[in-house]
Write a protein that binds this ligand. Structure first.
Ligand code: PEP
Length: 269
């Protein structure tokens, strides 16, 4: 509903050069957006670009990392810690993105598929990885965009509600407060495919997520947690999806690299 503040994220994924950063920051800084009392904008560039964005991007837009480590930094070559992100004035982190779950083996269960389990064991992790990351990031004062969503096969087998509930339960079991968590519902079949969910499909899953939170966490949390839709959101389709009562914003991939992202920020105007 309108009482939840709209939140729109731009996930650049693993894209961009220094020149692209300049060009994108230019159109972001020029973008006319609704008063930031009504919308929160979170830009998630690749980690190497976070400092230059923090020093050139308008101050009313926040930054997110696309990943961070499960615990305190240390001997974890190649990883980025929540402490570092906080130190860089990057208050947000996207966790559990489907690309990380499927390509990098991040799992919501210990006894998951073979590859995730091997990864978990080799890292001596006994916790579901995404949940551990969320809990640790929150413990360091970060805000988290938690991604969830089903594959096409799971949707066709009518498993969407179950899969999404399992992904959220893994996290719910590990955290005490949902104050600093935003959920991004991202059906995997809609990510980067141009096959956007219908407003009805998005609304149905968002409402089911809220129902799950109401039954398993509490009604106040269910009403307060913001749920973004992600998956082939464009300037052309954002208004219709954004008008659904349980859709509180978007997580935008491809279109966040283009000037049309400014139009998506104005979906509800
Ligand atoms: C994403 O990466 O979170 C995403 C939704 O990508 P796209 O908008 O390109 O489908």
């Amino acid at each position: 509903t309108m009482s939840r503040k709209l939140i729109v994220g731009g996930n650049w994924k693993c894209n961009g050069t220094q020149d692209d950063v300049k060009r994108i920051v230019e159109f972001l800084n020029k973008a006319e957006v609704p008063c930031t009392n009504h919308i929160e904008v979170v830009i998630a560039p690749p980690a190497p670009f976070l400092p230059i964005l923090r020093s050139t991007l308008r101050s009313d837009f926040n930054l997110a990392a696309q990943n961070c480590w499960t615990g305190k930094g240390g001997a974890f070559t190649g990883e980025i810690s929540a402490e570092m992100l906080m130190n860089l004035n990057v208050p947000w982190v996207i966790l559990g993105h489907s690309e990380r779950r499927t390509l990098l083996g991040e799992s919501d269960e210990v006894n998951g598929r073979v590859f995730p389990q091997q990864v978990l064991l080799s890292m001596h992790l006994w916790c579901p990885m995404v949940a551990e990351k969320v809990a640790y990031a929150l413990s360091q004062g970060m805000k988290v965009i938690l991604c969830c969503g089903e594959t096409l096969e799971q949707r066709e087998k009518n498993e969407t509600t179950m899969v999404v509930a399992r992904q959220i339960k893994a996290v719910a079991d590990k955290i005490q407060s949902w104050n600093n968590v935003v959920i991004a519902y991202e059906p995997i079949w809609a990510i980067g495919t141009g096959k956007v969910a219908t407003p009805q499909q998005a609304q149905e899953v968002h409402a089911n997520i809220r129902a799950w939170l109401s039954q398993n966490v509490g009604e106040a949390v269910a009403q307060a947690v913001r749920i973004q839709y992600g998956g082939s959101v464009t300037a052309a389709n954002c208004k219709e999806i954004g008008s659904q009562p349980d859709v509180d914003g978007f997580l935008v991939g491809g279109a966040s690299l283009k000037p049309e992202f400014a139009d998506i920020l104005n979906a509800r105007i």
